[in-house]
Design a protein around this ligand. Structure first.
Ligand code: UDP
Length: 312
């Protein structure tokens, strides 16, 4: 298993953004692909759960924690700060909340001062354990405010509230996207989410660990599709929240079987305890993305899986 020239740096305590003349992000596979139309990207990182960026990404890297104010003369701000993997965001829930709230506030203030357009990168997690399926942007969600996932889902819900408060009270130009489960090359092998866990387990010859019965579903999108969606929404004219995801839906058991077949048929699939408040189903309704910004995913899950296995 290779991680290329990367190495994992978890020694820093901040939870990160990336600002690109344009941006903020903590997600290496996403941010390194995000270099939209003729802008010079600048990335602000704290390298919390992130692989250190390759020298050839073309990104200008600034190390900074967004929970503290930051200013730069930029045109667009994409705040992706915050670990998105459940074991990572649950490791320090207070830090996760600070990143979602103070971090978003600082990035909103930056956008306002710079007269920049702001695109909040929210999450499908704001729908909680959804009672509506598939999830449309009009659904308000079903979240446990005091459960182990609350630091992230309630944190991002407040981030959306802050964003629209700046739009209405301060006339900031805003966009909000809600990415669904995303995977791809350059993911941290220790990310802890299901696609990278199953691939790394299969490559090592370890059991694939299903949490619970494996009947819960997710819909996985390949990272370049998400990046195209970010650019389409930022450049488009829809200020309402937009789901970005691939509606191809699988149970976690189906996913385990697919990875087993394509990576290593000798490994076993085993069941572990279910996670508390684990959403039982998740699938985006992407009608709004199609109609309002002309976006839909271009890659199948299978294609993305092959590319990700090659990377690992
Ligand atoms: N999951 C699993 N085994 C793993 C990691 C995750 O069965 O090694 C399950 C997890 O319980 C959830 C789904 O896979 O039902 C997706 O989990 P992930 O952490 O990737 O993202 P989430 O959508 O929960 O944020």
């Amino acid at each position: 298993m290779s991680t290329g020239a990367n190495h994992v740096r978890e020694e820093r305590t901040a939870a990160a953004p990336e600002i690109i003349n344009k941006v903020t992000s903590n997600n290496n596979s996403t941010s390194s692909s995000l270099q939209p139309n003729g802008h010079e990207p600048r990335t602000v990182y704290d390298l919390l759960f992130t692989l250190s960026p390759d020298v050839d990404t073309g990104l200008e890297i600034v190390e900074h924690d967004v929970i503290h104010p930051y200013f730069a003369q930029v045109d667009q701000v994409f705040p992706l700060a915050c670990p998105a993997s459940p074991p990572h965001y649950q490791k320090d829930p207070v830090k996760t909340i600070e990143t979602c709230t103070l971090g978003t506030l600082n990035m909103l203030r930056l956008a306002q001062k710079a007269n920049a357009r702001f695109m909040l990168v929210s999450t499908s997690e704001i729908y909680g354990d959804p009672l509506e399926h598939p999830q449309k942007e009009t659904y308000w969600g079903n979240c446990n405010p005091i459960g182990p996932r609350a630091c992230y889902d309630e944190g991002k819900r407040l981030a959306e509230t802050l964003t629209y408060a700046f739009a209405t009270a301060r006339s900031l130009q805003v966009r909000v996207v809600r990415p669904f489960n995303t995977f791809g090359p350059r993911m941290n092998p220790n990310d802890g989410r299901v696609v990278s866990n199953f691939i790394t387990q299969a490559l090592r010859g370890d059991d694939l660990t299903i949490y619970g019965e494996g009947e819960q579903t997710r819909s996985f999108q390949y990272v370049p599709d998400l990046v195209d969606g970010f650019v389409a929404v930022m450049e488009g004219d829809c200020a309402e929240p937009i789901n970005l995801g691939n509606p191809e839906e699988y149970t976690v058991r189906e996913l385990a079987e697919m990875v087993r077949r394509s990576v290593n048929e000798k490994v076993r699939i085993v069941n572990k305890d279910a996670n508390v408040d684990d959403p039982q189903k998740r699938k985006p309704d992407i009608s709004r993305a199609k109609e309002r910004v002309g976006w839909q995913p271009r890659h199948s899950f299978k294609y993305g899986l092959e590319k990700t296995v090659e990377f690992f």
